[in-house]
Ligand binder design. Sequence first.
Ligand SMILES: Cc1ncc(COP(=O)(O)O)c(C=O)c1O
Length: 306
Amino acid sequence: MQELEWIWVNGKLVRWQEAKTHVLTHALHYGTAVFEGIRCYKTSQGPAVFRLDEHIRRLFDSAHIIRMCLPYAQEEVKKATLSVIRANNVEECYIRPLAFRGYGEMGVDPTRCEVDFVIAVWCWGAYMGEKALREGVRAKISSYARSYINSSSPRAKTSANYLNSALAKMEAKELGYDEAILLDVNGFVAEGSGENIFYVKNGILYTPHPYSILLGITRDSVIRIAKNLGLEVQETLVTRDDLYLADEAFFTGTAAEITPIVEIDGRTVGTGKPGEVTRRLQEVFFRVVRGEEPGYERWLSYVKEV
Ligand SMILES: Cc1ncc(COP(=O)(O)O)c(C=O)c1O
């Protein structure tokens, strides 16, 4: 990881190397943390954060689900996010706000541990590589099921939920694939280890219903862009066979952006190359995030001080 200069820690900018925590931090032992992944893109008017308000809203929603009271208001987190990007003087970056139960008491009950809040930024190119964005990835249906809605709230972006993702990702990579696709406990397609999933069949765009997944902000952006392009979009139950027989498929996520899927479990998806609808959505998406597509300006928060 390439280090930058500053990390925002509990209200102050702290030198990168000095942003440390105690080994008995509650979240380190029990996963009691919520976080976000946000991207800031270079635009003609300087760096701009994509859908910052929605990401901060989701961070607060995740905290609410796990009964964690965040020590800042949403507007303060927004200002802090923009300030840490400015301090590090970067044109493009990935942004990671993290609120975690800190040092205090040991034991599963986190309520006596203070909440610490950090915001770090770093330069992060294409999540699965530029080639993946251009040529697509090979995915494997995981042997791990997505966390059940009544066990660990997949809708909350908690650190604890990412053990499930990490197990699925490691398994997929060990088997020679790029990414995992997790089914829910009922056997329907849920999402990737760090992405939502879409497929195209006969010109219609399908994506799993919102129950067993993280409600992705890229997912929402793609649904809106697709509808604005005149495509029909259905949020529905999806089976692995739907994916095997799809004309096109792709992952969406802040890190993964729009990554085509060209093979699932050894079966080619469509022609085995990124499809036309996927390409079109990628093109428009990358113009939107760079402020080049009229009508989507409200999704950008400019970093420069006005
Ligand atoms: C499990 C999971 N699903 C979906 C997503 C996509 O969400 P978003 O588009 O908001 O980044 C992510 C990424 O954060 C994720 O980790």
